[in-house]
Design a protein around this ligand. Structure first.
Ligand code: ATP
Length: 635
């Protein structure tokens, strides 16, 4: 497919915010593409040249892109920036210059361009830009982008420049892409669950789309976990009482402490990972050392941070599947030394401790380890231990279908046990108790709370690992805070209300927040939050607002209220509320019969979750509905 054709689809996708239309347009786009193209198209519509979990960014600032545009159309960088300010969008500025140039060319030669770049050619060039590193990077990036622009039509130019800037905001969610893939291949959306299953195992939409396009449903059945590609995490359900738990999990079940750190998924491959090898120098610049990927184009990645050989055998992903290996060299080293396996995918919770007193530190301290700079310093100050609670892949085999009790036995074989902190053991087995009744649940719960933990996790013994699913195979039993709701709600920031009075100074008076409707793949509103924010947090929201501000309501947002301005749904905020009520203002769980949706009463900000949750990881409407019912059961 030519990029010109592809960009016409971009135009159509940009013009609608209706999900059904998006699916329809995307499915037509897929129908026109070949295998070998479909995967790259999936990455490009997300504004990327690799799956989201890979640390590959094209990384060009406005000035660099302006310089490239200037180079293509014989203008200075300053002229381009001036036009950009006038138009408010770099794509529109580039399009205008391109239009002028092509108009002149047409007049002169009677034709526009003689070269038509294909989608794959543009993809490969953008990837090349992402890989440049070291001396002369800026010049190389600018001239390669300029070269692409010269060979493209004005509409393509408009969209392409937004990719390196990271401002391509089509707002298309992965479920929408999966619906469209199914529709394109079979005329129906029925295969979405099969596609989603493969996606949950690998998190790589491009790879899944390619497999589906080339080999159909059968091909997807053969998609298994791949060491190096993050698995979408299994999630826990909530229940109001120990009795309800027993009803769900039976008379014998496992219980574990609920550690209050951050979730990590560790991938170990002692043979080293396939793919391009990155090295970072002390300034954190990246350079591709060698490319071992089978397709030549992007497949997998190896990190070799600052030349440490061991890191090319370990990858560590966060809760939102971001590759964080570089930030946790102590964990990576621990995995390599202590895990008795050739290859494995383990899950656990990482917690920081005080190296002098050997005491665990609260979440606020642990989270300071999620950083990109001065890593070594922080690792000494706040060393981490990981309590492993599951194993999904072991010595070459995907073991997610084995029952939990068997997976746990395997985990016990490859890890040392014990809760004592010592600097010689970084990776530990999470403590587990096999319980049989509700009294024991409450005893273990109280014991854990008195130790300062958040609560306990109950696990069904015969359950497989459910990648990407929230289910009753895991039940979280948490300490209730004051008020009625025993759990917080993870909301997505959708819009900002301007500030009045003292808050004028912050530029923010309130936040319009929503939750995720998984079935419809859209964000629905649930509350306006104006309390619980410190002055610093108000300023932070203002900064986020400036970065993510949109001129119109974003695609996939369903709202009846209008904030002062909309923002791209990207940032997740943990909100605590007294109660879930119904209100005609909000669209979460909208019931046309009563003309009302769910709302949060007395909402206040607990913390920003932008680092470990993607917007689609926010609380879902389906969960809100359950929490709404649960609060009455408790009374
Ligand atoms: P989510 O369920 O979406 O992850 P959350 O991040 O707000 O929500 P909770 O729902 O409160 O967290 O609890 C689930 C999380 O608890 C897991 O994602 C994991 O990080 C953590 N956790 C701590 N101890 C355990 C354990 N023993 N087994 C499983 N998860 C645990």
């Amino acid at each position: 497919m030519t990029f010109e054709k592809f960009s016409q689809y971009f135009e159509k996708l940009d013009a609608t915010t209706k999900r059904l239309e998006l699916i329809d347009i995307l499915s037509k786009l897929f129908k026109e593409s070949k295998s070998g193209e479909v995967g790259n198209i999936c990455y490009l519509i997300q504004g990327r040249v690799a799956p989201f979990f890979e640390p590959i960014e094209i990384g060009m600032a406005e000035k660099m892109v302006a310089e490239a545009i200037g180079k293509s159309y014989g203008k200075s960088k300053e002229d381009v920036l001036k036009l950009y300010r006038k138009k408010g969008n770099m794509g529109l500025a580039a399009q205008e210059l391109s239009n002028k140039k092509h108009g002149t060319l047409r007049l002169r030669s009677g034709q526009a361009r003689d070269t038509k770049l294909s989608v794959n050619e543009v993809f490969a060039k953008l990837l090349e830009i992402a890989k440049f590193a070291g001396e002369g990077t800026v010049e190389k990036k600018v001239s390669t982008l300029a070269n692409i622009l010269t060979k493209l039509d004005p509409t393509s130019v408009k969209h392409v420049v937004n990719i390196p800037l990271g401002t391509l905001r089509l707002g298309i969610g992965d479920p929408t892409v999966m619906d469209a893939l199914s529709l394109a291949k079979t005329g129906k959306k029925d295969l979405r669950p099969v596609i989603e299953d493969a996606y949950n195992k690998t998190s790589d939409l491009g790879y899944v789309a390619e497999t589906f396009w080339a080999k159909g449903e059968k091909g997807l059945e053969n998609v298994h976990l791949v060491v190096g590609k993050p698995v979408r995490p299994a999630l826990a359900e909530r229940l109001p009482s120990a009795e309800e738990v027993i009803k769900r999990v039976g008379n014998e079940f496992a219980a574990e402490p609920k550690f209050d750190g951050f979730r990590v998924q560790v991938h170990l491959n002692r043979e080293g990972f396939l793919g391009p090898v990155i090295a970072r120098n002390s300034k954190n610049d990246e350079a591709i050392l060698e490319d071992r990927s089978p397709r030549g184009v992007y497949t997998e990645f190896v990190e070799r941070a600052r030349g440490d050989k061991e890191l090319s055998q370990v990858k560590i992903f966060s809760r939102n599947l971001e590759n964080m290996t570089h930030s946790f060299p102590d964990l990576a080293e621990g995995v390599l030394k202590e895990v008795k396996a050739k290859s494995a995918i383990l899950e656990g919770e990482a917690i920081a401790y005080n190296p002098l007193t050997s005491e665990f530190l609260p979440f606020q301290e642990t989270t300071k380890r999620r950083r990109k700079y001065k890593i070594e310093e922080k690792a000494k100050e706040l060393p981490l231990v990981m309590f492993a609670f599951d194993v999904l892949f072991l010595d070459g085999k995907d073991i997610t279908q084995k029952p939990y009790s068997e997976r746990r036995k395997l985990l016990e074989k490859i890890l040392p046990a014990g809760r004592q902190i010592s600097s010689s053991q970084t990776i530990r087995l999470a403590e587990e108790k096999i319980l049989t009744n509700s009294k024991q649940i409450l005893e273990f719960f109280n014991e854990s709370i008195s130790e300062g933990l958040e609560g306990i996790m109950i696990k069904k013994l015969d359950s497989p690992y459910k990648a990407g699913g929230r289910g009753f195979h895991w039940i979280k039993f948490k300490r209730a805070q004051s008020g009625e709701l025993s759990d917080t709600v993870d909301c997505v920031l959708l819009g900002i209300y301007a500030g009045k009075g003292k808050r004028t100074e912050f530029g923010v008076g309130g936040l319009l927040v929503g939750v995720y409707d998984k079935k419809k793949d859209e964000f629905v509103t649930i509350s306006r939050v104006g309390t619980g924010l410190t002055d610093e947090e108000f300023r932070k929201v203002n900064e986020i607002g400036k970065k993510l501000k949109l001129g119109k309501k974003p695609a996939r947002v369903n709202s009846k209220v209008e904030p002062s301005y909309w923002v791209e749904p990207k940032v997740v905020l943990e909100i605590y509320a007294d109660e879930i009520t119904r209100s005609p203002m909000y669209t979460a769980g909208w019931d046309p019969d009563t003309g009302s949706g769910f709302a949060l009463r007395f909402p206040r900000l607990v913390k920003f979750r932008e680092e470990d949750k993607r917007p689609e990881d926010a609380t879902t409407v389906q969960e809100i509905e359950k929490m709404y019912k649960l609060q009455y059961k408790k009374k």
